[in-house]
Write a protein that binds this ligand. Structure first.
Ligand code: MN
Length: 203
């Protein structure tokens, strides 16, 4: 049988209630089981449409299709990273970074608090739907904050993403209504710094 060669929704690395009180069980169920799942389904539907077009030797709307594919794959990849850089507060989540990530952030931003402020401002100022992402440029050996619009706009090609924060309304409305700032503050209590450091070490 031919391999499916399609995307698969990863399981959360913790249960839906693990990030309480910062993120509710209801929010995580909606966000992971519905929203993330929809990007996986969306990307796979396009891949299958393209497979069918190849079989039928048919044309398709290349511009619209690739734009939509970029959106869905971006959504899938970013959410997959997001779940992994979160962890239960007071266990693996929260606190301050240590190890190489601490050195890299302190050297670039002067202090962890200054990095935190810039990253929070990045998240707060996303116009509409998007993400704040901490990336690392191998060429300059510098961390660079990326403000992603939607799931795929403003992305620096090949920069390793170390940490992301989803600021689409679906990421916080069930718990925080329109108060994105409060959600961004809560995020710092559930960052899994060991995982962020691990991603940097694996570069
Ligand atoms: Mn999301």
């Amino acid at each position: 049988m031919e391999t499916q060669k399609l995307y698969v929704l990863p399981n959360l690395p913790y249960d839906h209630a693990a990030l309480k009180p910062h993120l509710s069980e209801e929010l995580l169920k909606l966000h992971h089981d519905k929203h993330h799942a929809a990007y996986v389904t969306g990307a796979n539907a396009i891949l299958q449409k393209m497979d069918k077009a190849r079989t039928d030797n048919a044309d398709f709307d290349v511009k619209a299709t690739f734009k939509e594919l970029s959106f869905h794959i971006g959504g899938h990849i970013l959410h997959s990273l997001f779940w992994r850089n979160l962890a239960a507060a007071g266990r693996d989540g929260g606190g301050k970074p240590s190890g190489r990530i601490e050195n890299v952030l302190t050297e670039e931003y002067g202090s962890f608090d200054r990095f935190k402020k810039l990253f929070s401002q990045t998240a707060a100022s996303v116009e509409g739907s998007g993400w704040a992402a901490l990336t690392f440029c191998k060429g300059t050996q510098r961390p660079i904050i990326m403000q992603v619009e939607k799931h795929n706009i403003n992305v620096y090609p090949q920069f390793r993403i170390l940490m992301v924060l989803d600021v689409w309304e679906h990421a916080y409305y069930p718990d925080y209504k329109n108060d994105r700032g409060k959600f961004v503050e809560a995020f710092w209590n559930i960052v899994n710094w060991a995982e962020v450091n691990n991603r940097l070490e694996k570069l």
